[in-house]
Design a protein around this ligand. Sequence first.
Ligand code: PLP
Length: 441
Amino acid sequence: MNTRETLKINESGHLEIGGADTVTLAEEYGTPLYVFDETHIRKMMRVFQDTIQDAYNGNGLVLYASKAFSCKAIYAIAKQEGIGIDVVSGGELYTAMLADFPAEKICMHGNNKLKREIEYALECKIGTIVVDAYSEANMIDEEAKKRGMIQDVLIRINPGVEAHTHAYVQTATPDSKFGFSIADGTAEKMTAYVLGKKNLRLKGFHCHIGSQIFEKQSFVLAVQKNLKFMSHLKQTLGFVTETLNMGGGFGIWYTDEDAKLDVNGYRGYLNALIETVKEGCSEYNLKLPFITIEPGRSIVGEAGITLYTVGAIKEIPGIRKYVAVDGGMFDNPRYALYQSKYTAVLANRANEVPDELVSIAGKCCESGDLIGANMNLPHAETGDILAVLSTGAYNYSMASNYNRNFIPPAILVNHGKADYIVKPQTYGDLVRNDTLPEHLK
Ligand SMILES: *Cc1c(COP(=O)(O)O)cnc(C)c1O
């Protein structure tokens, strides 16, 4: 089990998160329930920013990747911690603006930004937009011109490194909907194109090589390719790169198949990346760029758990045992989407040794609606509180109202004290936008 300070087993044998008893939380707030530990979130935001401070004279900024978990509270925390954010839609930007997030510290991504999203970003005076298509460069340039502005942009490049958890591949002919390839020359062409736009100020480049990455070498290789490209552009176009955005992707612990990195472990990844930037800049005689990184999963993933109540239990002799909970793919679609693995604990009997292999099923009308297959659990009974760990990233943000189930509320625990950060939905919320044409009334 996860042994960070976030999670503990208390004297009653209950699982505790951030100093709060999860069984009490389940009684007070009901289940399913997302629970986040504020201390862990802040610690992770700080470790990345402190590493940039210590190893790179503070010449960089952590941008929390909103898509991992977006709501007003997370932006309020990021603002207090002095870091920036990235957003990938008008909706994420709107949420950040409601939380009074400083627009100059926001970076916008997306492979197909809509005109209304670009207009909104310019109205907000967003710091940076990452350009990922010719049509987008044209649109941002035009909209900026209309407003008498010059917009800072980066170009998304594809360095030809693709990372997969414990391995990486170098791809010569990259097939991705994201970015412009260095290898085939399209990245350079795009650079020249953007430099020709009067209302765009090209600051540099962005790449994001994957997610849930543990292989340090993938980051190092991507940085090396970027620096070589920067050196090439200095010679061919006389372009000096001021900003290098390395994206996110640091891995987290879901099950014991994953490494359990502590703060120093994450420091190690960022240090390796920074050292590679320094070495490359000295080798190619380049100005040290302002560096940005975009951790999402590593900031909120392990900070969050989901609490469920065990309902129906069904044993199919010789095949498997299903333990059904009051949630499912509507609050965590990651098993259905990617067969993602999780660790589950009986929160009210957290000391018991797991001695059964069960499939944890949701309540949706889909056979594939599982939280996980073949998960280790102690003998579960109806009414037990089940905690699924490391659900802070890409659970709430990917949740839906499928089957007209409620998206669970989220609470934030701070040294034992809990508050809502996302309130419970009601039946009224589910039908808010339903309407009847005259002839059906
Ligand atoms: C998804 C994404 C991130 C965050 O990735 P994590 O694996 O959650 O750290 C950062 N930047 C971009 C552009 C992304 O698409």
